[in-house]
Design a protein around this ligand. Structure first.
Ligand code: ADP
Ligand code: MG
Length: 684
């Protein structure tokens, strides 16, 4: 067995099961061991009823007092049991599990594990896990991994597969030199991998995780350094003497650029005219007006006879940008030739677009990642912009270089991270910050409510729609799932349509739809043919429909604050007052406290740093991610200390360069493969 082997070499994984693993991007054994648990379940020592903790999973030791038998209610078979200890009793129910009855005898002591609640005035536990004392003892104290799943693949199946690899001992050679491990107190690599999956104690888990987080940050930073060295020396062979059209557009726009926008635009212009090619990040909160800066840069390139390309993370956003350019062209009679190139276009449409690009007939090229596929040849590409894409992939840059072009690169991101972190994470880029919102904005009104507020919210949405506005409703899930209790787009949209007056059109939008269908819905929403869009977070990035004034988020407790802030950024883009309604499905205190931060502030930087303070480094279980700059395992906020250590270690290495010694040989290989693979797939 080798780590590069296919997962089908494992027992119990045939082609059918393998296909399910593929859905999780697991093809090889290495992919499998790097499919880290998203959480762990701990089987704590069982306690008596008086120690019950509310709203959490409890393991209770109780004695069965009475088995009430199986009742039929509609299509449900309900098994109820009264159990208790010397002081208290608890009501237990199971649905559609009549066979459990044979396991339950009066007077027997059992362990039940579940979330207790008060129902009809009595303490109740529904659908608890059920154990006999001996069964439970075997599990007690263990930490069981819970993996990200896909439909049809159980947690147990993944566990078994990982177990086989870990037990086989074919892991990887240690690649970190001992000196780095010692200085940073890092576990050995193979120990870390097996422990992250099957930890015996919390402390072991923490130790193992630290190593893997360090690896990820360290390799990332070292790779960035290599990139920067690569770009710093690239000569700028383009020249941009003309600026008339761009200047004219600036003057004719219906608004004046903010000072911050102006500063960013000047940085860009200066870079484009300097001796070396640009690698710049423009960071600006949602709604700060990044698009226009990108537009100016693209015009500037076009005006000087070059091509510029702008890449968006979704087709919806790409199409929107394309239409924005077409509008500018018409409105201001600009001599530009925008073109769209996305994956969902027909083969013929794509071929025609590629021809126009190749012949230089199109000068502003907008699309998704398809823009840099091998089949696309540019005539004279001088500028590449990525919007909300966080980073222009290394591989993409290399591909262009192989084709003989080394364009200026501009990256635009709304990710609110503090400057100190930005310098580490975007080490290969210069940074411009747009830290000012256009002055015509009316602040969004926020509220955090519980589910009992829904009817009022629907009424409110109906009223806003009747004033001519539109609304988004966000649900965390696409469809119903057994694994998680949360609102889903498909059922919600049906329900909402029936609650709203019939003159209001609702539609749903989610990532499982075909790109063409998504575009269609988005276009109809932009044209106000759809008034209420029920969507997953696919609308989170970039989308601009200024007529929408209400953003309602269901199960807000399940989202990271920064993500919620992004969602909120979809409204408040026009001149009308906008509203954001965060519906929390949980009454927990800390959930409320977290969401209140959003209520208080509209500032992305403030929100993400407060979120961090609230979570603190103690929030280890679940390793809740901030939803920002998603590394595989590390989180730049909660693991900020490890990030700093990794950065220091990379710095030390940087000063000397990586020594050509045996000790560093494995590390060198690892860095190369990281740059090849991981750096291009991380969504940073
Ligand atoms: P983001 O930074 O989130 O990408 P956009 O570039 O989409 O923001 O801009 C949001 C809205 O603000 C757009 O409708 C845009 O036309 C408008 N806008 C941009 N700059 C200004 C400005 N200086 N004054 C007023 N409105 C602006
Ligand atoms: Mg944008």
């Amino acid at each position: 067995m080798k780590l590069t082997d296919s997962i089908t070499t494992l027992k119990g994984i045939g082609d059918k099961t393998a296909a399910l693993f593929h859905k999780l991007n697991i093809y090889t054994l290495e992919d499998l061991v790097r499919h880290y648990p998203r959480d762990y379940e701990e089987y704590e020592a069982p306690v008596g009823i008086r120690f019950v903790k509310k709203e959490q999973i409890n393991s209770l030791r109780v004695t069965i007092k009475r088995v009430e038998g199986v009742k039929r209610v509609r299509n449900l078979q309900i098994l109820s049991v009264v159990a208790g200890d010397s002081e208290n009793s608890i009501f237990l129910t199971w649905f559609n599990m009549p066979y459990l009855k044979s396991k339950l005898r009066s007077g027997e002591t059992i362990i039940v594990r579940g979330i207790p609640s008060m129902k009809n005035g009595r303490l109740t536990m529904e659908q608890p896990e059920l154990f006999l004392e001996g069964e439970y003892q075997k599990k007690q104290g263990l930490l069981l991994p819970k993996y990200p799943l896909t439909k049809g693949l159980t947690n147990n199946a993944i566990c078994k597969a990982v177990r086989q690899v870990v037990d086989s001992g074919v892991l990887e050679r240690e690649f970190l030199p001992l000196s780095i491990r010692k200085e940073n107190e890092l576990a050995e690599y193979n120990y870390a991998i097996s422990t992250i999956h099957f930890p015996e104690k919390k402390e072991d888990l923490v130790f193992a995780r630290k190593r893997l987080v360090f690896d990820e940050f360290f390799l990332f930073i070292v790779s960035l350094r290599n990139l920067k060295e690569g770009t710093e020396k690239i000569e700028n062979n383009f020249s941009f003497p003309k600026c008339e059209m761009t200047q004219e557009l600036l003057e004719k726009l219906p608004f004046r650029l903010t000072n911050a926008q102006m500063g960013a635009w000047n940085d860009v212009k200066e870079n484009m005219n300097s001796s070396y090619v640009m690698s710049r990040l423009i960071q600006g909160d949602v709604g700060s007006g990044k698009t226009i800066v990108a537009a100016l840069a693209l015009m500037y390139a076009a005006e000087n006879g070059y091509q510029g390309a702008m890449m968006a993370p979704t087709e919806v956003l790409a199409r929107q940008h394309y239409e924005y350019f077409m509008e500018l062209k018409e409105q201001y009679q600009l001599d530009i030739h925008p073109i769209l190139l996305t994956g969902s276009m027909t083969a013929k449409q794509k071929r025609m677009a590629r021809e126009r690009i190749e012949m230089g007939m199109a000068d502003i090229v907008i699309g998704t990642h398809t823009l840099f596929q091998e089949s696309v040849a540019y005539d004279n590409l001088a500028l590449v912009i990525t919007d909300e894409q966080h980073r222009f992939g290394v591989r993409q840059r290399e591909m262009l270089m192989e084709k003989g072009t080394c364009p200026h690169v501009l990256v635009m991101s709304a990710t609110p991270i503090p400057r100190t972190l930005a310098i580490i994470i975007y080490g290969d880029l210069d940074i411009s910050v747009i830290d000012e919102l256009p002055s015509n904005r009316i602040p969004i009104k926020n509220c955090v409510v519980n589910t009992s507020y829904r009817e009022k919210a629907y009424q409110f949405i109906a009223d806003e729609v009747h004033k001519g506005h539109q609304a988004y409703v966000i649900c965390p899930m696409v469809e119903e799932s057994e694994n998680m209790e949360a609102e889903n787009v498909i059922d919600y949209e049906k329900m909402l349509q029936s609650k709203l007056p019939s003159d209001i059109t609702t539609e749903c939008l989610h990532g499982k739809m075909k790109p063409g269908a998504k575009n269609d819905i988005m276009e109809r929403f932009a044209a106000n043919e759809i008034q209420v869009l029920v969507s997953t977070t696919v609308v989170e990035v970039g989308v601009n429909v200024p007529n929408a004034t209400v953003m309602m988020v269901e199960n807000a407790e399940l989202f990271g604050l920064a993500q919620l802030h992004q969602l909120r950024g979809r409204v408040g883009r026009g001149s009308a007052q906008s509203y954001c309604i965060f519906v929390s499905g949980s009454d927990k205190k800390d959930t409320k406290k977290r969401l209140e931060i959003l209520n208080k502030s509209n500032d992305g930087f403030f929100i993400s740093s407060e979120d961090l303070k609230l979570r603190g480094p103690g929030d280890l279980f679940g390793f809740r991610q901030s939803g920002l700059l998603e590394f595989k395992i590390g989180d730049i906020f909660t693991d900020a200390a490890i990030l700093q250590a990794a950065s220091d270690a990379a710095n030390e290495l940087g000063e000397q360069g990586i020594p050509d010694t045996e000790e560093y040989a494995e590390l060198k290989k690892k860095i190369d493969s990281f740059m090849e693979q991981d750096l291009t797939t991380l969504s940073l």
